[in-house]
Design a protein around this ligand. Structure first.
Ligand code: UDP
Length: 461
């Protein structure tokens, strides 16, 4: 063993893209500050993550990336399972993964030069904290979403005492509720744990409760958000809640696009006029109904504007005639390097499902949003985009629960011509950049928080 121990962090994300990405970014930041990292994947997602990491490292040439080591353990599901059901994945991983993680840490401690000194667990992988306890190492939590959603679960005892949320987490009435003074109103049916399969509502709520009961005792909850963005809600937490915002964490790790797709879409963007393109994407898992895809296609065509639409499987709902007609005006790949697309000067707005990563990427690029939330925390994210930050417009669903053609056409017109939304987006982009500033003039809030966290993890080894 080396005489001088080095800090060695085990990072455990919930095994889906939107959680792996920001935790990977955190891993890179720690690695370039002297940490050795063991990043725990599942056997299912390991090869994709490793590939993306290699691509990212070689493109950015970042220091310390060779200090990130990937290890894969089984998630407990059969190989051919699509892993799209959150509750099922949470349920299975919770039992299948802890023994393998325990074995993995034991192996590292027995065989590697540097023993594990701390573990960072995703909110949706709280079982990793129990494993860490067996090794008496430091622990920290990671919250991958909007801090406002964490506030809902953290302040649950108060919310229940006030009668705002019933004890099973499932409100009887569907109504607009202002859960906190500083939070926009949210429809009670859209609380983050409610949306998804009906049968699992209660399980999801219990899972959140179980997780918060562990997270409550942690000294550090590292959050992918930044102070200026959620100042009001951050101020509702007592100091001991450990909220430590270090975002936006925007990694380039979801690179599923082929080289051809990447080149084609970026070159296509180069040929468009500044601020004119509508970028359309629904993240990595939301699937729209056929009827909505058709309405979206017609709505986009009716705007007469160029658009870049990540189809990701919905091309089967579009006619050959449509694809042919729009060949010049639109670019429709199956995956794009989103962070790069959003920062391209041709992009004028983003029609999005408001996944937290997409929302942050849009904020960081200063691109206004057309919001079509579908599941989980997306409704809360959208409420912030529209009502608090005023950097977007909500797309209204009709009586069939879908967004119609006219709504698309009119909303695009509205957002593209709104000086207020454009101006607010520019201002918030500056705040996002400033959060990471580290120069003679200023050190941003996320830089400060990250440093404090880093030093604490280094000193208490
Ligand atoms: N993404 C991408 N290319 C695409 C579509 C998505 O790189 O064509 C990335 C996007 O940049 C974001 C992530 O996939 O980092 C999606 O995460 P988000 O939280 O927005 O949504 P989720 O996929 O979890 O619903």
């Amino acid at each position: 063993r080396s005489r001088k121990p080095e800090p060695h962090a085990v990072i455990v994300p919930f095994p889906v893209q939107g959680h792996i990405n920001p935790m990977m970014h955190l891993a890179h930041n720690l690695a370039s500050n002297g940490f050795i990292i063991t990043f725990v994947n599942t056997v299912y997602n390991n090869s994709g993550t490793v590939k993306a990491h290699r691509k990212w490292s070689s493109e950015l040439g970042e220091a310390g990336n060779e200090r990130v080591c990937f290890r894969a353990i089984p998630d407990g599901l059969p190989e051919d399972d699509m892993r799209t059901d959150f509750a099922r994945l949470a349920r299975v991983t919770e039992t299948a993964m802890p023994p393998s993680l325990q074995k993995l840490i034991q192996e590292i401690n027995d065989e590697e030069e540097h023993q594990v000194t701390c573990l960072i667990a995703d909110f949706f992988a709280p079982w990793a904290l129990d494993v860490a306890q067996q090794f008496h190492i430091q622990t920290a939590g990671f919250w991958p979403g909007i801090i406002a959603a964490y506030a809902l679960i953290y302040h649950m005892p108060d919310l229940m005492a006030r009668g705002s949320i019933p004890s099973n987490g499932i409100p009887k009435k569907q109504e607009m509720v202002k859960y906190f003074a500083h939070m926009p109103s949210l429809c009670s049916a859209n609380l983050p744990w409610l949306i998804g399969s009906e049968a699992d509502k209660e399980f999801r709520f219990q899972f959140w409760l179980r997780s918060i009961s562990r997270f409550r005792h942690l000294r550090w909850i590292v959050c992918n958000s930044f102070h200026d963005l959620e100042m009001d809600i951050i101020n509702t937490f007592p100091k001991e809640a450990g909220i430590c915002s270090i975002g936006p964490l925007i990694p380039q790790t979801a690179q599923k696009e082929t080289e051809t797709e990447k080149e084609e879409c970026l070159q296509w963007l180069d040929r468009q006029k500044r601020g004119c393109v509508i970028y359309v994407s629904f993240g990595s898992s939301v699937v729209l109904k056929e009827k909505e895809v058709e309405q979206l296609a017609e709505g986009l065509e009716a705007t007469r504007r160029p658009f870049l639409w990540v189809l990701r499987g919905v091309e089967k709902f579009l006619s050959v005639a449509y694809l042919e007609r729009l060949r010049e005006r639109a670019c429709m790949p199956s995956w794009v390097p989103q962070a790069r697309v959003l920062s391209h000067p041709s992009v004028g707005c983003f029609l999005t499902h408001c996944g937290w990563n997409s929302t942050l990427e849009s904020i960081a690029a200063g691109v206004p949003m057309l919001c079509r939330p579908c599941v989980a925390d997306q409704f809360l994210n959208a409420a912030y985009v529209v009502d608090v930050w005023k950097i977007g417009v909500a797309l209204k669903t009709n009586s069939e629960g879908i967004v119609g053609k006219i709504e698309i056409e009119e909303s695009v017109q509205r957002i593209m011509s709104s000086d207020e939304v454009q101006e607010n987006s520019r201002k918030l982009k500056k705040c996002a950049v400033d959060a990471h500033a580290r120069n003679d003039i200023m050190v941003g809030s996320s830089s400060i928080n990250f440093n404090v966290f880093l030093n604490a993890m280094k000193t208490n080894m």
